[in-house]
Design a protein around this ligand. Structure first.
Ligand code: NDP
Length: 483
C-alpha cells in the first residue's frame, strides 16, 4: 500500500522537495507498512515558505472578503466531492477506521471552510462618536500565521487553523506532525485548485525543530499550536520573544460527571464515545468518568457489556469501529499506563490487552475504583483507557473534578437541568457538554482554560484570534494646541 505524495512540501503553489532533509517514514499503523517517505524541511525550504507567504499576504488581505470567501467555499466543495478518497488517505495516515474518517475528519474540515467563508464578509469595525470628532475601527489581518498540528486529527486541524486565517486575510505556513504528514498536502493542492493564490497556504514537513524555527521567525505574527502541554509551554515561550499572538489547543484530563438520575444508556454511550472514539486519541476526551454511587454497579455492568461489542480490526473495513493507535511510541505509552493502573490498585473491568490483532492495537479498557491520586486519574493517556471514579454528592465531585492542572473540557449527565447548569458553571473547563459529549460543531468555540491552552478555535471567537483592531481617531475641526 503506497500513499507517496508528489513531494514532501507544498510551497508557493507547488510541490517541492529537498532531499538533504532527514527522512520521515510514514507508517500505516494497522500493518506497520511504510506508505510514504518524505524529507524534513531544510532551512532553504522554510525560507521559501515564509518568503512566499509574506509576499502573497498583502494582496490577499486587500481583496474584498466575499472574493476570499468564494475560494474557501469552492475548496469546501472539492473536499466534499473527494471525501471518500481523502478519508481513505486519512485512515492510512492515522490508522483511524474509515467509519470515522468518512464522517468526521475532512467533513468537519469542510464545515470550517464554509463557516469562515460565510463569516468573513460580515466582519466590520465600529464607529465611536465623540461629539465633533469620532473614532472608527478596522479589523485587520495579522499577517503570516504559523499552524502546527498534532497527529490525531491532522486534516481537521489543518482546516480549523487555515480557514479562519485565510478568511480574515492572513497567510499560513502549516507544519503537520511528522507522524501524520499527508492530509495537509492534499489541502494545499485543493486550495490551489479552488483558486487560492500561491503562497497563502504552504506546508512544510518536519519534527519539532522545524516548528521551532517557524515560531521564532521575525516575519511571523501568530502561532497556533495543537499539541501537548509541554510542547505548548515551549512554543508559547518561544512566541513570546517576538510578542506574537498565540492560540494553544493543548491536552486535557477532562471530567465526565454522571449523576444517578441520568439516563443509563445515554451516559454509558457518551462515556464510551468520550474514551474509545479514535481509539481514545482525542484531546477533549472525558477520561475521568465520575459516577454517582447509586448508579455505579449498573453503569459498570452495562459498560462492560457494550464495550465487548466494539469491533476492532482492519480500519479500511467500514464495519470496524476501533483501529490501532497511531504509533509504537503511543502504544507503549498507553500499555505502560494500563500496567501502572493495575500496580496502583485500580480494578480492571474489561480490556487491558491488545486483542487478537496485537501490533499497535489496544483493547477498549475500563478501570473502576480509580482514586484521585492515581496516575491514571492525573495524566493524559491518549488511548482507549477509561478511568471510572465514584462520588457521593455534587459539591464533592465538583471540587475533585477541578483538582487538576488541565481545563480543556467537561461534561455532566443528569435529568435535573438546574443541577446541570449549576455544575457546569462551577467546572473549570473551556468546552462543556450537558447530556452529550465530544460534539464539536464549528459554530461553537473550542478550547481550554488553565494548562489546556489559551485562545479559541471555531465560532465567532476565532475571529479575535486571527485579526487585530486598528483604531482611527478622526479630527473634524481645528487642532486645539496649548502652545
Ligand atoms: P506534541 O505536543 O508532541 O506535538 C505537537 C506538534 O508540535 C507536532 O507537530 C510537533 O512536531 C510540534 N513540536 C514539537 N516540539 C516543538 C517545538 N519545540 N516547537 C515547535 N513545534 C514543536 O503533540 P502530539 O502530536 O503528540 O499530539 C498529542 C497531544 O496533542 C495531546 O496532548 C493532545 O491532548 C493534544 N491535542 C490537543 C487538542 C486540542 O485541540 N486541545 C487536539 C488534539 C490533540 P513533531 O510531532 O514532529 O515532534
Amino acid at each position: 500500500m503506497i500513499a507517496q505524495p508528489k513531494a514532501s512540501h507544498f510551497v508557493d503553489g507547488a510541490y517541492v522537495d529537498d532531499t538533504a532533509g532527514a527522512v520521515i517514514e510514514v507508517i500505516y499503523p494497522a500493518t506497520g507498512a511504510v506508505i510514504a517517505r518524505l524529507h524534513e524541511a531544510t532551512p532553504a525550504v522554510i525560507e521559501a515558505a515564509l518568503a512566499s507567504a509574506t509576499r502573497a499576504q498583502t494582496a490577499w488581505a486587500a481583496l474584498r472578503p466575499v472574493d476570499r470567501a468564494r475560494i474557501l467555499r469552492r475548496a469546501a466543495d472539492i473536499i466534499r466531492d473527494r471525501n471518500a478518497d481523502l478519508a481513505r488517505l486519512e485512515t492510512l495516515d492515522t490508522g483511524k477506521p474509515l467509519q470515522e474518517t468518512l464522517v468526521a475528519d475532512w467533513p468537519s474540515g469542510a464545515d470550517a471552510l464554509e463557516y469562515f467563508a460565510g463569516l468573513a464578509p460580515t466582519i466590520t469595525g465600529q464607529t465611536i462618536p465623540l461629539g465633533r470628532d469620532f473614532v472608527y475601527t478596522i479589523r485587520e489581518a495579522l499577517g503570516v500565521c504559523v499552524g502546527i498540528g498534532a497527529w490525531n486529527y491532522p486534516s481537521q486541524i489543518a482546516c480549523w487553523k487555515s480557514a479562519p486565517a485565510l478568511a480574515l486575510g492572513n497567510a499560513m505556513v502549516f507544519k503537520p506532525s511528522e507522524v501524520t504528514p499527508l492530509g495537509a498536502l492534499q489541502l494545499a493542492e485543493i486550495y490551489i485548485e479552488a483558486g487560492l493564490p500561491a503562497g497563502l497556504f504552504n506546508v512544510v514537513q518536519g519534527r519539532g525543530g522545524v516548528g521551532g524555527s517557524l515560531v521564532t521567525d521575525p516575519r511571523v505574527a501568530k502561532v497556533s499550536l495543537t499539541g501537548s502541554v509541554p510542547t505548548g509551554q515551549k512554543v508559547y515561550a518561544a512566541a513570546a520573544g517576538g510578542m506574537r499572538h498565540v492560540t494553544m489547543e493543548l491536552g486535557g484530563k477532562s471530567p465526565l460527571i454522571i449523576f444517578d438520575d441520568a439516563s443509563l444508556e445515554d451516559a454509558v454511550g457518551a462515556a464510551m464515545l468520550a474514551n474509545f472514539y479514535s481509539a481514545g486519541q482525542v484531546c477533549s476526551n472525558g477520561t475521568r468518568v465520575f459516577v454517582q454511587k447509586g448508579i455505579k454497579a449498573r453503569f459498570l455492568a452495562r459498560l462492560a457489556e457494550r464495550a465487548a461489542t466494539i469491533v476492532m480490526g482492519d480500519p479500511l473495513d467500514e464495519a470496524t469501529q476501533m483501529g490501532p493507535l497511531v504509533s509504537e511510541l503511543q502504544r507503549d505509552k498507553v500499555l505502560a499506563y494500563v500496567q501502572g493502573a493495575v500496580a496502583e490498585g485500580a480494578r480492571l473491568v474489561c480490556g487491558g490487552g491488545q486483542g487478537a490483532q496485537a501490533g499497535l492495537f489496544v483493547e477498549p479498557t475500563v478501570f473502576a475504583d480509580v482514586t484521585d491520586g492515581m496516575t491514571l486519574a492525573r495524566e493524559e493517556v491518549f488511548g482507549p483507557v477509561m478511568a471510572v471514579l465514584d462520588f457521593d454528592d455534587e459539591s464533592e465531585v465538583v471540587a475533585r473534578a477541578n483538582d487538576t492542572q488541565f481545563g480543556l473540557a467537561a461534561g455532566v449527565f443528569t435529568a435535573d437541568l438546574t443541577r446541570a447548569h449549576r455544575v457546569i458553571a462551577a467546572l473549570q473547563a473551556g468546552t462543556c457538554w450537558i447530556n452529550a459529549y465530544n460534539l464539536t460543531p464549528v459554530e461553537s468555540p473550542f478550547g481550554g482554560v488553565k494548562a489546556s491552552g489559551v485562545g479559541r478555535e471555531n465560532g465567532h471567537a476565532a475571529v479575535e484570534h486571527y485579526s487585530q483592531i486598528k483604531s482611527v481617531y478622526v479630527g473634524m475641526g481645528p487642532v486645539d494646541a496649548p502652545y
